[in-house]
Design a protein around this ligand. Sequence first.
Ligand code: B1M
Length: 212
Amino acid sequence: MASLFEQLARAVIDGNNKVTPQLVSQAFQEGISAEDVLNKGLLAGMEEVGRLFKAEEYYVPEVLLSARAMRAAMEVLRPALVKSGVEPKGRVALGTVKGDLHDIGKDLVGMMLEGGGYQVKDLGRDVAPRDFVEAALSGEVQVVGLSALLTTTMENMRATIKALEESGAREKVKVIVGGAPVTEAYAEEIGADGYGEDAVSALEKVKELIGA
Ligand code: B1M
C-alpha cells in the first residue's frame, strides 16, 4: 500500500483534481503538517510532472491537469498556511514577470507571506514592468516580489528592476526575486535586494528586508 505522501504525489501526477484535495484533508486528519503535505506529497508529484514533461512523456494538456489538481489541493492547504484578522506587518506586491504564465509557485509564496502576517497585492502572471512600477509608486507596498519559471522570462526580472529604477520607484521598495531557474547570484547581478529559494525563504527574506 502506497504511503499517503506517495498517493498525494500520484494524484498530482495523474491530474486528479477530485482526489488530490481529499487526500490533503485526510492527511490533516491524520495529523500530518501542511509543510509535509506540500513538500513530501504535492511538490514531489509536481517534480515528477516536470520530469515527464522534459522526457516528452507528458505534454502541455497533462501538465495543465496536474496544475489544476495542485491548485485544488492548495485551496485546502490555504487555511493552514494563512492566518487572518491580524494587522499586517507590511505589504508586498507579487507577480510573475512578463511572458511567464507559471503562477503556482508565486501563489504559494503569497500564501506563505499572508501566513507570516503580510498583506499581499497579487498582480497576477504575465505582469508587465510598468504594472510593477505602478504598484511600487502607489506607496501601498514596501516590497515587490518577482517570480519567473522560464530561463527566457528571467530576463524580464532585470527589465522590471530597470523600469523601477528609471521611474524613481526603486528607492521606495525592496525587491525580492525567485523561481526555479533563479539563483542568488542572478538576483545580485540584476540588482535585487533578496532572493528566495522557496516560499519559506521568501518569507524570511521579506522579514529581514523590512525588519518586521
Ligand atoms: Co511549464 N515549464 N511551461 N507549465 N512547467 C517548467 C517550468 C519546465 C521546467 C518543465 C520542464 O521542461 N521540465 C520548463 C521550463 C524550462 C526552462 O525554461 N528552463 C517549462 C516550459 C518549457 C513551459 C512551456 C514553454 C511549454 C510549452 O508551451 N512548450 C510553457 C510556457 C508558458 C509560459 O509561461 N509562457 C509552459 C507552460 C506550463 C503550464 C501553463 C502548462 C503549467 C503552468 C500552470 C500554472 O502555473 N498555472 C506548467 C507547469 C505546471 C510546469 C511545471 C511542471 C511545474 C511548475 C510548478 O508549478 N511547480 C514545471 C516543471 C517543474 O518545475 N517541475 C514547468 C511547483 C511550484 C510550487 O514550484 O514554481 O518552482 P515553483 O515555485 C517555488 C520556488 O521556485 C519558489 O517558491 C515556490 C514554492 O516553493 N518561488 C519563489 C517561485 N516564485 C518565487 C518568488 C519569490 C521567491 C520564491 O520571491 C518573489
